[in-house]
Design a protein around this ligand. Structure first.
Ligand SMILES: Cc1ncc(COP(=O)(O)O)c(C=O)c1O
Length: 279
């Protein structure tokens, strides 16, 4: 198979020819941010929300914003150049502080590295129908989880532990308060009210989370952006995780909690919205 086309620092080139210096601060320090945007049948899903979040992540790290304006046009061009016009997939975009001699403080004159690639990815239809099992574990991350940083080691370790136990996702808690997943947000319906952790510095404000909240308001669901505890989960009548790649994913089990759920009617209504929005 021929190498896909990617975008690196202003040029569309073959992935096999895309190279960055070993002194790139993304490689040395994980000094950078990223975005993942869904596309369905070649069309970007909620691009503006991703652009806004990228701008926020960049400014929190004092990185230049030049890439923000280009993200949508570069993504659309890659979808077309890689013949994904009718495909479902994801755009991955990463910006780092660029190459510079290794020193912790920001370099004065480094040019940021801007990389974008597109990958075909099917919707997880079987799992969306059946629901998934999760694994609960402690949230050991830093306190700026609101920045979509490429520094993902705690998320990777949590995700790996979940994969080893055949769980779809790791669900994280801080001192008993459920924050989010290693790569998703979580909602639980407790006492008839949908709850999810507020969008503060302990979670990433997922684009899917924002879309779900908008949709819940339209559907007239009771919802509070208010943290819930691990014990509260035992009272939940419906639970789902959501993300760009998982959409609205019903949860049927959270090990080691002794409880089994079925995909509920509210969850199904939210999924219907996604099916119709995707077309
Ligand atoms: C830690 C974390 N929380 C939440 C999300 C969900 O965000 P989104 O809906 O924008 O994909 C992600 C996605 O990668 C994530 O890594």
């Amino acid at each position: 198979m021929s190498s896909p086309i990617v975008f690196l620092n202003g040029r569309f080139i073959l992935e096999s020819e895309a190279l960055i210096p070993v002194t790139d601060r993304g490689f040395l320090f994980a000094d950078g941010v990223y975005e993942v945007i869904r596309f369905y049948k070649g069309k970007l899903f909620e691009p503006e929300k991703h652009v806004q979040r990228l701008a926020r992540s960049l400014s929190e790290l004092e990185l230049p914003l030049d890439s923000v304006e280009k993200l949508v046009s570069v993504s659309e061009s890659l979808i077309s150049q890689n013949a994904f016009d009718r495909a479902d997939g994801i755009v991955y975009a990463q910006i780092t502080r660029g190459a510079a001699p290794r020193k912790h403080a920001f370099p004065v004159d480094a040019a940021p590295t801007f990389f974008v690639q597109t990958t075909e990815m099917l919707r997880p239809l079987q799992k969306l129908s059946d629901g998934v099992s999760l694994l609960l574990m402690e949230d050991i991350r830093w306190q700026r989880c609101d920045i979509k940083s490429i520094s993902l080691l705690p998320n990777i370790l949590a995700s790996q532990k979940a994969a080893e136990r055949n769980a779809y996702e790791a669900i994280l808690h801080r001192e008993g308060w459920v924050t989010e997943g290693s790569r998703s947000n979580i909602f639980a319906k407790i006492g008839g009210i949908w709850r999810t952790h507020p969008a503060d510095h302990f979670i990433l404000n997922g684009v899917t989370r924002m879309v779900v909240l908008e949709q819940m308001a339209k559907l007239g669901f009771s919802v509070q952006e208010y943290a819930f505890s691990v014990d509260d989960l035992l009272q939940a009548s419906e639970v789902f995780v959501c993300s760009t790649t998982s959409e609205v994913m019903p949860v049927i089990e959270i090990a080691p909690l002794q409880k089994i759920w079925k995909p509920g009617s509210d969850t199904r209504k939210l999924q219907e919205f996604f099916h119709s929005a995707i077309g």
